[in-house]
Design a protein around this ligand. Sequence first.
Ligand code: HEM
Ligand code: HEM
Length: 223
Amino acid sequence: MIEPLRNWADRYRSRGKYTPVGVAFHWIMAAMIITQLLSGWYMQRLTVGADKLSAYAFHSQLGLAVLLLGGGRLVWRLMVPGPINDADAPGAASTIAHMIHAVFYALFVVLPLSGWALWSAVQPSQQLYLLGFIPIPNMPFQDFSPEMAEWAMGIAMNIHVACVVVMTLLVPAHALAAIKHHFWDRDDVLEGMLPEVPDTHSHPGGPRYSPPAPAIPRPPKAG
Ligand code: HEM
Ligand code: HEM
């Protein structure tokens, strides 16, 4: 099962590109993470009421979807490595970039898990849903004692906020590095993570477009 998958992936990797699956994971999750950072910040600023409750519901549901997708992406990445490209040139920059990628993968799991723990410790407890309709049980802190719930809430909050801070710092650093590769170094790193647009002009049997028509000689203008 893994062998045919790797062979398929090699068609992209050998050209310095991530597979369409890797590209889809990257951009869908990037959009989700940025939405989560904004919604987490926004929901806290709302006054107590229906809007705040629905903002919390949205934040928790999208966050659990990040956990689901992040887990799937991690499994995918372990089976199908990314391409070797100019970002892998030996040196400190490449080591830092790989470390940032590893931290991202860890955050895809720890951020939603700490959010889930935080949600589960807050009183009164609220039902959690994945994708809006799959009920997810709360973690059982409130079954023990109010002190236990209080303690769990403090720890989960600290972890969640610390992860938010790390993510908020690393995302712009990572994006700026990608932009630098593209516009400054002018290498293939950003292109490797962009979706491929089919080239309608190249065709195995030769060019599909008709050659330009020969110029028709015009009679000289009278007068
Ligand atoms: C990738 C996933 C997630 C990201 C990026 C994220 C981001 C954030 C941010 C930016 C805040 C505001 C922190 C602050 O300014 O102090 C926050 C708070 C919070 N998040 Fe998340 N979150 C994620 C997942 C989750 C999940 C899955 C849940 C629940 C199941 C959750 C529940 C909460 C709760 C309860 C708060 C505290 C709000 C408050 O103190 O009023 N988060 N999150
Ligand atoms: C929340 C936002 C983002 C997150 C969480 C994120 C996360 C990641 C991760 C985990 C990887 C490693 C992929 C792997 O090897 O499996 C990666 C690679 C990459 N990302 Fe992002 N990314 C984000 C936003 C962006 C943006 C805005 C850009 C472009 C401006 C970008 C450009 C790239 C590029 C070019 C690579 C490939 C690097 C290489 O080949 O070594 N990312 N990203």
